[in-house]
Design a protein around this ligand. Structure first.
Ligand code: NAI
Length: 226
């Protein structure tokens, strides 16, 4: 398969989410025009994106929703469950475990959590009682339990030491919430998540909107004066 651009890959989770909603509503077929209307992107963008993967067999009226959802899920690698461990069982970490494990059908599941605090070790998180272990068990647990993804919700200062430990395991990926961009060997995939970046895009948009409004108002004032 030819190399797919990051922009296209970045849009796939959104397609997957919308198709999941359509599936839940019992909708069996959807045209690119309808999908474009629901998602606020052009129909030609959707067709171009899907053509990267052979077009997903649009025949007659639109796409088969189940098929498209399954295929995009397969491309995204969420057609099978990924086992995860949490490192840092504080506020953010515990919230993630509870949220993700309550939606196990989405392809991700926390099997265990690890924390440096003796107060947390021996306790568990959420309804399915995900155990919180001491850090010295981390590497052994990852390899024996076949963990794919480590989720870091620890302070930035602790992250580099932990990444060194992870590099010695068979971990495949790190979902990193610590406030630094991690650099790791090529065999480990990393997604650095910075919620603040998303908020800053929002505040930028507020500023841009307000500037547009001011310009429009002053243009309207000038034309009234004429
Ligand atoms: P928290 O203080 O509630 O939890 C941090 C947990 O990490 C604690 O349970 C602590 O015992 C544990 N910990 C500290 N050092 C450790 C180590 N060396 N090994 C294992 N566990 C260790 O903090 P909260 O609110 O859960 O945030 C966690 C981290 O995520 C913070 O550093 C925060 O700055 C960051 N954060 C990042 C966000 C993002 O968008 N990237 C959003 C929110 C928080």
């Amino acid at each position: 398969m030819r190399e797919i651009s990051q922009a296209v890959i970045g849009r796939l989770p959104r397609y997957y989410r919308y198709l999941g909603d359509l599936q839940q509503e019992g909708i069996e077929r959807v045209s690119s025009r309808e999908l474009s209307h629901i998602m606020g992107v052009t129909a030609s963008q959707i067709r171009q994106d899907f053509n990267n993967f052979g077009g997903f067999g649009q025949q007659g009226y639109g796409y088969n929703v189940d098929h498209l959802h399954t295929e995009i899920g397969r491309i995204l690698g969420v057609d099978h469950e990924h086992s995860m461990v949490l490192i840092g069982a504080g506020n953010l970490g515990q919230a993630l475990v509870k949220y993700m494990n309550s939606r196990r059908d989405r392809g991700f599941y926390f099997k265990a959590a690890f924390d440096i605090s003796p107060k947390l070790q021996g306790k568990s998180i959420g309804e399915d009682e995900v155990p919180i272990y001491a850090m010295d068990n981390l590497a052994g647990y990852i390899d024996s339990a076949g963990i794919d993804i480590a989720v870091l919700t620890i302070p930035k200062t602790a992250a580099l030491d932990i990444v060194e430990v992870l590099e010695g395991t068979q971990i495949k990926a790190i979902w990193n919430f610590a406030h630094l961009d991690l650099k790791v060997p090529e065999r480990i995939q990393v997604e650095n998540v910075h919620l603040q970046d998303s908020l800053m895009k929002l505040t930028y948009s507020i500023g841009e909107y307000e500037k547009r409004q001011e310009t429009e108002q002053s243009t309207a004032k000038k034309s009234r004066r004429k």
